[in-house]
Design a protein around this ligand. Sequence first.
Ligand code: ADP
Length: 909
Amino acid sequence: MKPIFPKRIALIVILSLLAVCEISADNENDQIPQPQIPEGYKNKTIRLVGGSNYFPYEFLNEKGEPDGFNVELIKVVMDKLGLQYEIHLGLWPDVMAQMERGDADVMLGVINSKEREMSMSLTVPHSKIYLSYITRAEDRLNSIYSLSGKTIAVDRNGISHHYISAAGITRNLALYDDTSIAVQDLEKGKVDAVLCPSVISHLLLKANKNKGLKVHHIDEPYYSLSFGVNKGDSELLTLVNMGLMQVILNNEYSDIYKKWMGSYERHHVSRPMAIIFLSLVSLVLVAGVFVILLRYRINKVIKRLCHSENNFREIFNATTEGIVLESMRGEILDCNQGALDMFGYSKEEFLKIDPDLILAPNRLLREEQLAYLSNHDFYTYERMARKKSGLVFWVEVSLKKIILDGQETTLSVVRDISLRKKSQKELMEAREELIIAMRIGKLTAWVYDVNNDYFYNLHGNLITGKMTIEDIFARMIPEEVPRYRSLYQEMCSGKRSSSEYILRIYSSTAPNTILSYETRAFAIKNDDGEVIRLIGTQRDVTEELKMRKELVDFRVRTDFIMKSTGMLMWLYDTRDRTFISSDSLFVRPNIHVGVDEYLTYIFHEDLNNYMDFLDKMDVHTEDKLNLEYRFHVPNVKTPTWEVVEAMPLDRDENSVPIVYIGLVRNNNKWRAMADNLIKLRLKAEEANVMKSSFLANMSHEIRTPLNAILGFSQLLYSAQSDEERAEYVERIKKNNDVLLELINDILDISKLESGSLKLFYSNLSVNGLIDEVFNTFVYKKKEGVDIRLALLEEDIIVNSDKLRLIQIVTNFANNAQKFTHSGYVEIGASMVGSQHFEIYVKDTGIGIPPERQKSIFERFTQVDDFAQGTGLGLPIAKQLSELLGGYIGVESAVGKGSRFYAVFPCCKS
Ligand code: ADP
């Protein structure tokens, strides 16, 4: 296609413009505030990304470096801002993906569209893209709609693709990644048209000169081009916008634009414009070069100013921050849409409003600000502002003095920071809560920087100075160091993400004092999965552990005391009237037992006493209570005696006891001892009585023969005849015998009791012994009572005290004769097994009741108190038998008779 301007005319116009019009844009950028770079961006490298094959906007040049209009523009913007950056160009989908992931900060060349605005924040547009389509010259495809049904080549996912799809042409599309190849295919007839940005069509056509291709420009719609900033990074968005504003308002933007688009722009002037320009040129020719040049100069200046004004307006209004221009007197001169949106006023209202009401409530502050601005570029402050609705919110205001129309004015950039403030407040509150919680929990927290090997405090002052891990190990108990060393290694290497332990370290202030800390540590990793920090909380549990140990010791001691003394401890709660005890002897250990249930275990006779005892606790009459009672231990038949002592343990706010502690001990042993003592006392009393009766009896027994002896001795003097005298002598002799026997018995028993009785052993024939006693008794035989003899079938010789054996059998025989009134008395011996023999006396006398059979062998016992005798015979026989190595016994039935026997071993052991 031929250029619309003849080259020569164009050259004249340009040269004239350059010669005549010296447009000075110097100092213009001074009025644009130099933005303050937030701390976070000062040392940060901003990652800029873009497509690698969008010539002339962004592409990799022959050296493989990022180049093009967008690239150069952003570089100037970044340099203006003084930010560090790096540019990476790549395939469009990769670049988009990087932005979506948040791996990149700014994207070059973003077409303004709703979808894009959804995914990123767009700067104010910095240029426009028009579209063109290329056809073969012979094809008469003069309107975009004439392409319908033809094969159209578009750049894949590019603007042309977007445009044609939006125009409803979706069929017969050929998608290309490289438009120059599409142009080659157009020449070969493979496609009918190539749709692409005008600037590209221009360049491609230039390259394909004389090859019969034709470009058709499309005036509407056009696309605005912006930079895309990560959504949410409003600080960066503001910065880039301000940088862009500075670049647009001075010559730099025009120079870059001219460099990359300038030659094309000439060709792209639309047809009506071209006609105007042609007319202008004609006028120039007619009215003279000077007029033309002057007018052209004015036009150019106006155009430039309009361009700047428009750009500025666009930025002014597009930014979401509020921009307010105030006179030094404090009247609002102008504001942008952002300010109106922010405060909720219409422009008319806003221009009339007293700024004090919305921004600076106090003049002094304003004066302070202005004074500050006389030495500084910016005054940035945070304050509360008020919306039209009355709602108060937080804003950050950056104030700068600027000269506008020769007048000093202030420019405030107002940013709504309510959200930031809110989250800051929440963060502060959360932090405060955390600190309070840590204080309450007596927690301290530390951080260990793994790479630099040092600990520092997060909360509290646990770490003093700069401590390394070895400093910590040095304070630990040496034997425990290896364990902690491996634990820390596991955590630092990422093998273990958390751990809990009791750390024991020597106190730094009190030597030899070991402090115990309950510690929880967590490993924090970076994006590469390396552990960079350990964070830990610690609680000093030294006292707690000490107390716990003392408590355990105390429990062990108490348990031991309780167990060894057989005591049980319970607690009684007066509020719900329940007992509880952990003792295994308690009816239901560790379970609350109500009084009703507990009383079922109390022995019925002691129930009233126990209820009194409970009442005393319930109404609290005494501080020390005790009771002895019987208790039915489960599964034990007889109730056990128990003694309980109780006293208050816990009291309510009025000092009234609510919990009593009771100690219960088994009293069976003491009870048994007491019972025994009572029995012994009774027995002693009984023995005393018996002794008295024995003495009375004895004196009677002694006096009777003595009286007889004395009486008959006196009668001897007055005896009339020899017969009479002989009878008295006989009676005296008889009573002498009785007296002698009695005294012998007394002597024997006292000898036996004192252990001084002597035995005289000799070999003797058992049958001989029995026979001897028998002969004595035959001689004393009572009328009606036979005396029988029962000898061993085979006599045996034993070694024993013959006289004492005779004494035993004689005693048996005496008694038998005394208590037998008919029948017989049998004196005999028999073998008991092969090793023992017995000597016995059997009678058919009165017999002895069973309950007396045992006691007759005890001293001073007589079955019948009125019978003659001392009651010493059998006890003597019993003790003699035992002295001779044998034992004594009786079998008897009342009315039938008795059999007394003494059993001895055949051989003396
Ligand atoms: P005593 O000298 O009084 O007879 P003993 O010790 O020999 O004393 O006897 C004690 C008592 O045992 C007698 O008083 C009598 O009551 C009873 N007794 C002993 N032998 C017999 C027996 N063969 N038949 C019935 N009662 C007997």
